[in-house]
Design a protein around this ligand. Structure first.
Ligand SMILES: [Zn+2]
Ligand SMILES: [Zn+2]
Length: 277
């Protein structure tokens, strides 16, 4: 299937904001790497036995005070980058001592969004903003934690049972890439930057793999950016195919944001990324 790229404009400054946020997080991660001691686990053994993302079950070693410091710096960064939401952010700064960061860390690791929603509701009517700020403050920690497992996840012959969910931090992934050599499909987590393998022709949501039911939609004018679709569960997954771009790597975190036109195209055709679940 070959389609034309839908024309869609991201709001002015949107992409730049995420690029600045990612740079800020990279700088925080450099600082944190000196003080945050990550416990080490046998991730392969863990995934095989428990079938649950690693951070959901093990001690993450994140100290509440360290997260609080990062959170405070993030709010100051955001006040500068996003003056329009400054008044909400001031409330978060003023009430930072009311946040139980130990509980927050637990809630993020265990995907306890009920706790986060109720905490957020105590601070603001804009609960999404509150959760966004906490989520982005914890990401530098998760990225450091996940680094130890990059090699394991890339090399081993084991395919993770729930390929749409990050095996390290449990976040939902929306994008994969195809490696330049054999076209191995590799999922990417934009929360902790982990990558893990997934079978070439199999749906990451329902596991369906009947030939003919898993298709790839390509853009005639931009063939490196594609959408895998499953006719059984109507799921779609965005894909960056390095082989169509001279083997060039891209920042998948930014690519995921940039390729909103792929989401639109897939959704117009009746496919879903199953985010409602
Ligand atoms: Zn992750
Ligand atoms: Zn499916």
């Amino acid at each position: 299937m070959s389609e034309h790229k839908p024309s869609v404009q991201l709001p002015e400054g949107y992409l730049e904001f995420y690029q600045d946020l990612e740079s800020w997080q990279n700088e925080e991660a450099i600082k944190l790497a000196k003080i945050y001691e990550t416990p080490k686990y046998d991730i392969i053994k863990h995934l095989k036995n428990s079938k649950k993302p690693l951070l959901q079950e093990v001690n993450n070693g994140i100290e509440a005070e360290q997260l609080k410091d990062v959170y405070h710096r993030l709010l100051i960064f955001l006040q500068d980058a996003r003056p329009a939401i400054s008044s909400d952010l001031s409330v978060f700064i003023k009430r930072i001592d009311d946040i139980d960061f130990k509980q927050v860390i637990d809630a993020f690791c265990k995907a306890d969004y009920e706790y986060l929603e109720s905490l957020a509701a105590d601070f603001t009517t804009n609960t999404d903003l509150f959760i966004f700020t906490i989520d982005h403050a914890i990401r530098p920690f998760f990225r450091i934690f996940a680094r130890s497992y990059q090699e394991n996840l890339r090399d081993f012959e084991f395919y993770w049972d729930i390929p749409s969910i990050c095996p390290v931090c449990g976040a939902k992934s929306h994008i994969c890439h195809l490696s330049s050599d054999e076209g191995q499909r590799i999922m990417f987590c934009d929360r902790c930057f982990s990558e893990w393998k997934v079978r070439y022709l199999s749906c990451v949501y329902c596991g369906h793999d009947r030939p003919g039911d898993i298709n790839v939609i390509k853009l005639a004018d931009d063939p490196a950016y594609q959408i895998y679709v499953c006719e059984k569960c109507k799921g779609y997954l965005k894909t960056y195919d390095k082989r169509e771009n001279e083997g060039r790597s891209v920042d998948l975190y930014i690519t995921n944001i940039e390729t909103i036109y792929l989401d639109m195209l897939a959704q117009e055709k009746g496919y879903t990324n199953h985010d409602e679940n």
